[in-house]
Design a protein around this ligand. Structure first.
Ligand code: HEC
Ligand code: HEC
Ligand code: HEC
Ligand code: HEC
Length: 263
């Protein structure tokens, strides 16, 4: 891992495969594992806070998210793999495919665009990994709030924050209306929409070397729900097919999109 500091931003000098388009603070090689990735908070926090050493005092990497004992598994997340990061308490607004303004005058997730088959119930749309991701990507929960300690660094950059709090005030702060839909049954949509691939089909239309899955079901929480982890590999797992930014299928030629969409 080699970092170059140029005019206030870090750029990658690695392997050529890491795309500058997604360059965050930490440059990395896709597929090289979590330690050298943007998800190693010990690399990220000192850079983000201008050199202050507020990483883990033992430089533990997993600890920001997992711990072997005394986990923080109580909270709103339905899925807590030995979870050790403070969980977001926000409610999130779903993608409905219509103007946010129109939706907000009379919020009802059944009031959606004509083309959208997915029915996203805000009450359970964050099931599975999604709520865990938003426990750092919500712009409200401090990145260094883990092991029960109150952290102090909450990023504001669009690169990290997907759903800024308070977009509409009050409990509906987390706005995911302008993001790819998550938190719905993929199987139900595939049964209705002929341009969505069947979840159990062998993904033969994407070259095997460009994806880290054989069927779409493998990408879905409990084999059915589309979540953040359907597209993203949080651990940047060592595998030649991984792609930036932490994706499970390569983005060139929009292969990730064509994994599910028959377009
Ligand atoms: C930035 C947060 C983060 C860090 C750091 C992290 N994980 Fe995870 N981990 C997650 C999330 C989120 C999930 C659930 C998402 C999923 O299953 O795709 C998960 C799931 C897991 C799982 C269960 C699912 C599976 O993939 O087997 C294991 C085991 C795991 N992590 C081990 C580790 C280890 C070991 C480390 C450190 C070397 C680590 N993780 C570092 C966030 C993290
Ligand atoms: C412990 C906090 C934490 C958790 C939990 C977490 N992230 Fe992140 N993630 C970050 C931070 C901080 C960055 C920005 C790092 C940087 O800019 O170098 C980041 C960066 C990213 C990036 C951009 C990577 C790139 O190439 O620049 C993606 C994509 C991402 N996270 C997705 C996820 C997903 C999906 C999950 C859940 C499965 C998740 N994150 C969970 C803290 C977290
Ligand atoms: C349908 C696939 C898909 C889903 C679902 C998805 N993402 Fe992404 N995400 C992407 C792609 C593709 C990019 C890169 C977009 C680009 O820059 O062209 C990305 C980029 C990001 C980035 C980096 C943003 C930046 O500006 O650099 C973060 C952080 C992120 N995603 C987090 C999440 C989280 C958290 C969730 C769940 C709430 C999620 N993603 C759900 C496909 C997805
Ligand atoms: C894991 C499977 C999967 C991946 C990967 C994926 N999508 Fe989707 N996407 C879906 C499903 C399922 C829906 C809901 C379709 C529906 O309701 O008819 C959807 C919805 C959409 C919609 C909204 C349709 C509407 O009617 O409002 C668009 C646009 C879209 N996806 C584009 C993309 C793009 C672009 C990418 C790549 C960056 C991508 N998708 C990646 C499964 C996926």
């Amino acid at each position: 891992m080699k970092l170059n500091f140029i005019a206030g931003i870090f750029v990658t000098v690695l392997a050529g495969s890491a795309s500058l388009a997604f360059a965050g603070l930490v440059s990395y090689s896709p597929g090289s594992g979590v330690i050298s990735s943007p998800h190693n908070m010990n690399l990220y926090l000192p850079l983000a806070t201008g050199g202050a050493n507020n990483g883990d005092n033992q430089q533990q990497v997993c600890k920001f998210c997992h711990t072997p004992h005394n986990t923080l598994s109580t909270g709103q997340a339905s899925y807590s793999p030995l979870w050790n990061h403070t969980q977001t308490t926000q409610n999130f607004l779903p993608y409905v495919g219509i103007e946010e303004g129109d939706y907000m005058t009379e919020p009802d997730y059944l009031d959606k665009s004509a083309s959208l088959q997915a029915v996203i119930d805000p009450a359970d749309m964050m099931d599975g990994p999604s709520r865990l991701c938003m426990s750092c990507h919500d712009g409200t929960t401090a990145i260094d709030s883990y092991s029960g300690k109150m952290g102090s660094f909450t990023p504001t950059s669009n690169h990290v924050v997907l759903a800024p709090d308070g977009a509409f005030g009050g409990a509906n702060g987390g706005n995911l209306m302008d993001d790819h839909p998550i938190g719905f049954s993929y199987g139900k949509v595939a049964a209705l929409d002929p341009y969505i691939h069947q979840p159990n089909a062998n993904i033969s239309w994407i070259p095997a070397g460009d994806r880290k899955c054989t069927t779409i079901s493998e990408l879905l929480y409990k084999g059915d729900k589309l979540t953040c982890a359907s597209c993203h590999d949080v651990h940047n797992t060592a595998n030649a097919t991984a792609a930036a930014p932490l994706l499970r299928v390569k983005l060139d030629g929009s292969k990730l999109c064509l994994t599910c969409h028959d377009k």
